[in-house]
Design a binder for this molecule. Structure first.
Ligand code: ADP
Ligand code: MG
Length: 689
């Protein structure tokens, strides 16, 4: 074959017809080039035996030990269950498909080697349908190479996929799959060699390195992948900035008026970030800026100042937040700031009544509403802006890139693209930010307003609940307020609401002298608003809530936060929740309640929360413990999942990848485009500018 693999269909492989091609397409594999960049997610290692005590779910391992017992388990589905031990631990081998005599293979005391994937099953750690064979004591291990394990799909076995890969690999040459990375063509680690090593590790390759993803062949591919990803982000940015935007004045009397009304002075960090924004706004290409600032660092006022620049030149501003509660809070703040200056603020939410909604829509369309605050409802088609000049999005990581683009398009009626400001309180490690928001410039508010006292955090087991309740009583009887956050693992708002109601009732009984309120996701917007308002006014002592209060709620008189089942939450979420207290000048406390016994990871997490209140440190740890997908919520961000790169492990490659991306985009645009196509075949294609 001498054709480019990028143009060769998988149907060219032996035995691949329409049906199999369809399965491959499910994995995103339509050409032989796609096949080559479908990289192993792991390797089978049959070269050594693992002790059972080191096994964990998801690992594919070889074990050696003795059969303890074999039984046909009745249950929902009959299965042959074999108890198996190696002296360090035991495990169940489970066979759902078995023949009656099969049980005879597993005589008590038989010595066996087992190979398979560990899962958590009915009896704890189990292997389903492992390979097994009887061995003698001290039988030598076969001299086996590492075997690739690929991401696959239903109806396509590893064995078949591996055969196809082997065949596809035989078609790879410098002609059919050209090297795109500068400086690699003549190196030992050219694309061909790297792909051979990674798909089909030769027996002399370094296992340890391969298994941990840091073999030079893998690192070379990871570097290429990161470069491709950076190029695609740059293309997106160029595309957005190819449409001009309104130019706004840098000095802004309206902003000065707003500042004069505030009871505080901007911190240096706020001042600096505002300056960066103002400079962006004077250009005739859209600002694309991310403000990162820890909870309570005062991002809202900076957003309001940015809004002043747009409004002063008669442009409209849309401010969007991911939850009703947070959007309402912004609406209240912005109304207080802007109504006084003679600038009405409009409100738009999905839960609003039809009449109110239509009234808002009309004001937005006529241009009468200068500032519009709302939720996702702002994305909807019925929303037409007269002159949208600036889009502000709070808590960016909860919105997808697509949504950000949709709102931008609302401003394009006049042939202009609105400026974009996004804010996040989830401090994202720098490397992650470079990948997730690589198309945005970043400003960091790295200073908290003065007179904040750091929150003291303690962790207590559920067994000490009575003490925690006493603590709430004592706290609230001094006139301070408190939060009690109920969490559930279930994804259902319904169940979460029920659980919160039960706890609310319990606490009402226990704390008759206090006034309690309850908020959860199932309440009507009006009811929720009324309760939040009462809490803010100090009419309620204790607010029982689900994690809906996670972001934005700002009540400086609250000095105690109780979080139930803290061990189940991610660090970033705990940090957000804890950020609801410590907003005033009194000492505040956060009590993390947990169910004992805590897992090792659980202990580690709670220890970090006790040790630091610095959101950036917490974010770095979160990334280490949970990995980037979890930290950012891959689905929500539209963040690509990498094939070989790992943002936590390969951080040190990012900087160079970014530089190379810039050079390639400038000097070798066609090669750059081919690289994106190779690694991200589904990335949107932007018209060249
Ligand atoms: P976040 O960055 O978490 O969104 P906010 O904008 O809600 O933080 O600000 C938190 C609180 O700090 C608000 O009550 C706000 O009015 C107040 N604040 C903001 N900037 C300052 C400042 N420079 N000095 C004192 N208080 C400030
Ligand atoms: Mg905020």
């Amino acid at each position: 074959m001498t054709h480019l693999l990028a143009h060769t269909s998988v149907q060219q492989l032996k035995g691949v017809g329409a049906a199999l091609a369809e399965k491959l397409a499910k994995l995103g594999l339509t050409t032989l080039q796609d096949m080559m960049f479908h990289l192993p997610r792991d390797y089978e290692d049959r070269s050594h035996i693992s002790p059972i005590c080191t096994a964990h779910a998801g690992a594919t391992l070889m074990l050696e030990g003795e059969v303890l017992a074999a039984d046909v388990a009745k249950g929902k589905r009959q299965s042959l269950a074999v108890r198996f031990s190696d002296g360090t631990g035991s495990i169940t081998l489970r066979f759902y498909h078995f023949y009656p005599q099969q049980k005879e293979h597993f005589q008590r005391g038989t010595r066996m080697r087992i190979f398979g994937e560990i899962r958590l099953g009915a009896s704890g750690m189990e292997m389903y349908h492992p390979e097994y064979k009887t061995v003698q004591l001290d039988e030598p291990l076969p001299d086996a190479n590492l075997t690739a394990i690929y991401p696959t799909t239903e109806g396509l076995t590893q064995v078949r996929l591996r055969q196809l890969m082997t065949e596809a690999l035989s078609h790879v040459s410098a002609q059919t799959l050209p090297e795109l990375m500068p400086n690699y063509a003549n190196s030992r680690l050219n694309l061909l060699n790297a792909l051979h090593i990674v798909h089909n590790p030769p027996s002399n390759s370094n296992r340890e390195l391969l298994l941990s993803g840091i073999h030079p062949a893998q690192q070379r591919l990871a570097f290429e992948e990161l470069t491709a990803h950076q190029i695609s982000l740059m293309q997106r940015r160029q595309h957005i900035q190819s449409i001009p935007s309104p130019t706004l004045k840098a000095d802004c009397p309206l902003a000065q008026q707003l500042l004069a009304k505030l009871p505080f002075q901007l911190t240096n960090a706020q001042q600096r970030v505002w300056g960066e924004i103002a400079a962006d706004l004077t250009l005739n290409k859209p600002m694309l800026r991310l403000i990162q600032g820890d909870v309570g660092s005062g991002k809202t006022i900076v957003a309001a100042l940015a809004a002043c620049h747009a409004v002063a030149s008669n442009w409209q501003v849309a401010l969007m937040a991911p939850t009703e509660i947070l959007a309402e809070q912004h609406f209240v703040n912005f109304s207080a700031w802007f109504n006084d200056l003679g600038l009405p603020v409009a409100w738009l939410s999905g839960k609003q009544g039809v009449k109110d909604r239509n009234a808002s829509l009309a004001k937005i369309e006529s241009g009468e509403a200068k500032i519009v605050v709302g939720t996702h409802a702002l994305f909807q088609e019925s929303v037409q802006f007269a002159r949208l000049g600036l889009v502000i999005i709070d808590e960016q990581h909860r919105f997808g890139v697509d949504q950000r683009l949709a709102l931008r398009q609302k401003g394009e009626k006049l042939g202009l693209s609105p400026h974009q400001l996004v804010m996040t309180a989830t401090p994202i490690p720098r490397t992650l930010a470079m990948s997730a928001y690589g198309d945005l410039d970043t400003s960091v508010i790295d200073e908290l307003p003065p007179n904040r006292t750091p929150v003291t955090t303690v962790a207590l087991p559920n067994a000490r609940r009575a003490e925690v309740i006493e603590r709430v009583r004592a706290n609230c009887l001094t006139g301070k307020q408190a939060y009690w956050v109920c969490t559930l693992i279930e994804e259902s708002e319904q169940l979460e609401a029920q659980a919160a109601e039960a706890i609310y009732e319990e606490l009402q009984k226990e704390l008759p002298e206090l006034k309690l309120g309850l908020v959860h996701g199932k309440l009507k917007a009006n009811d929720k608003q009324a309760i939040m308002k009462a809490f803010k006014l100090g009419e309620l002592d204790l607010l029982v809530a689900t994690t809906v209060i996670e972001v934005g709620v700002d009540v400086p008189n609250s000095s105690l936060m109780i979080i139930e089942n803290a061990e189940r939450l991610g660090l970033a979420q705990l940090h957000q929740l804890r950020g609801r207290v410590g907003r005033g000048s009194t000492v505040s406390y956060c009590v993390l309640m947990y169910q004992s016994p805590l897992s090792h990871m659980g202990q580690e997490r709670l220890a970090i929360m006790r040790a630091t209140t610095d959101g950036f440190v917490i974010a770095e740890k979160d990334l280490e413990i949970r990995g980037p997908g979890e930290v950012l919520g891959t689905k929500q961000t539209g963040l690509v999942t990498f094939k070989v790169a790992n943002l936590s492990r390969d951080q040190q490659l990012l900087k160079t990848a970014q530089q190379l991306a810039k050079t390639m985009q400038k000097d070798q645009p066609q090669q750059a485009q081919a690289l994106v196509h190779r690694w991200l075949p589904n990335a949107p294609k932007y018209v060249a500018v």
